[in-house]
Ligand binder design. Structure first.
Ligand SMILES: Cc1cc2nc3c(=O)[nH]c(=O)nc-3n(C[C@H](O)[C@H](O)[C@H](O)COP(=O)(O)OP(=O)(O)OC[C@H]3O[C@@H](n4cnc5c(N)ncnc54)[C@H](O)[C@@H]3O)c2cc1C
Length: 361
């Protein structure tokens, strides 16, 4: 319990601890489908290290061979690799047709191909209706696309800010449902701070509060709160929405906003998608990078990018994150003096090509 009026917290044991400043860092809570059997043994979510240890122990102790992953977000894709590395038969059930909406259909379907090529069964249109115990000890997962037997189920359908503690008092929530904070990471009570996945942040491209539950964001926010509590004066300028993950050998990354998000924010935008090798084609180990670049019509200001491909894909998106932060336009990007040598890139990098193509389109 958070007792703001008396500046103290109350533990489950009944113990009360007073404070001059409090920091809410309660993270997220995993979403669980509201269907029968969702609490059966062998069904897990993955939010923290203890969950990962429990999953590993369960696999070892129960001679798990078959795994069903429910959901198709970044954690689901990363876990495909983990389960396949353990040699487990892995099935991913997804309720819609195309996962990872922010990547766009082409890149998302490429990732589906990547996991299928590594032996993962990807099943679209598979909304879960219930889980039941199999006679032999396994689990039966009933979905809109049929029934699947499994020894372990991982539910990875997303997570919501854990605002349980904030809601024991009158700490205000923002529109996203996460705790509202200012740039000093203060809630509506100046001596109660919130950081990390449980709170909102400011989106610097969309110019509005936004919920981006990622570890690097949490880290920066926590340092700002700590500095302010310690008597300093620090501000967190917000995020532009950068993210990355890996699916087997394929790198995936994005930053800024998509054309759709630009449209919803009344920002006139246009996107181009290009494909180019990460190194000169004749250089050994050359791999393709697919890159979509979004920029504002008229000004050419860079608004967003997303990319899927071989080694160096994330590094390209980080160039674009810097470009967005510095308010650069496609002309400046096309001429940007990036470091070049054949082991690392082509003389005309995929980033330059995307900027030139955007100008032509
Ligand atoms: C599988 C996985 C992979 C990830 N990969 C990446 C990645 O590659 N890059 C990236 O940037 N981010 C990644 N993340 C996200 C990143 O882990 C989180 O953004 C980060 O941990 C957030 O830190 P936090 O302190 O806000 O919350 P958490 O680390 O979730 O910590 C919150 C803690 O608060 C505790 N708590 C909640 N309520 C109470 C209460 N009432 N009393 C006491 N304690 C409470 C919780 O039990 C928990 O221990 C990943 C997350 C997962 C699950």
């Amino acid at each position: 319990l958070l007792d703001v009026d008396n500046s103290r917290v109350e533990l489950e044991t009944g113990e009360r601890i007073g404070f001059d400043a409090a920091v809410l860092a309660t993270g997220l809570k995993a979403r669980i489908p509201e269907v029968e059997g969702a609490d059966l043994p062998g069904i897990f979510t993955l939010r923290n290290l203890s969950d990962a240890i429990s999953i590993k122990q369960y696999i070892r102790q129960n001679a798990v061979r078959r795994v069903v992953i429910v959901g198709a977000g970044f954690i689901a894709f990363e876990m495909c690799e983990a389960f396949r590395t353990l040699g487990l038969h892995t099935t991913m059930l997804y309720r819609k047709q195309v996962p990872l909406k922010r990547l766009g259909e082409t890149f998302a379907l490429k990732l589906v191909d990547v996991i299928r090529a590594r032996g993962v069964r990807f099943v679209p249109g598979a909304d879960i209706s219930c889980f039941e115990q199999e006679a032999g000890g396994g689990l039966r997962v009933h979905s809109g696309a049929g029934e699947y037997g499994s020894d372990l189920v991982l539910i990875a359908i997303g997570a919501a800010p854990d605002t349980g503690l904030a809601e024991t008092t009158d700490v205000a929530l923002g529109q996203s449902g996460a705790i509202a904070v200012n740039e000093r990471m203060q809630t509506n009570h100046p001596f109660v701070y919130a950081v990390g996945d449980c709170c909102e942040t400011f989106h610097r491209v969309l110019r509005k509060p936004f919920h981006l539950p990622l570890g690097d964001v949490a880290n920066k926010q926590a340092r700002v709160a700590g500095a302010n509590i310690g008597g300093g004066s620090a501000s967190f300028p917000g995020v532009i929405g950068s993210f990355c993950f890996k699916v087997f050998d394929t790198e995936v990354a994005g930053t800024g906003i998509t054309e759709q998000e630009a449209g919803e924010a009344d920002l006139p935008a246009r996107a181009v998608t290009v494909r180019a090798p990460n190194r000169p084609q004749e250089y050994p180990g050359s791999e393709e990078i697919g890159l979509t670049l979004v920029a504002e019509k008229g000004s050419g200001r860079i608004l967003g990018a997303r990319a899927v491909g071989g080694r160096g894909t994330v590094a390209r998106v980080n160039i674009l994150a810097a470009a967005i932060t510095a308010n650069l336009d496609v002309e400046q990007l096309a001429q940007m003096d990036l470091a070049y040598a054949p082991p690392f890139s082509a003389a005309r990098d995929v980033v330059h090509i995307a900027a030139s193509e955007w100008k032509k389109a």
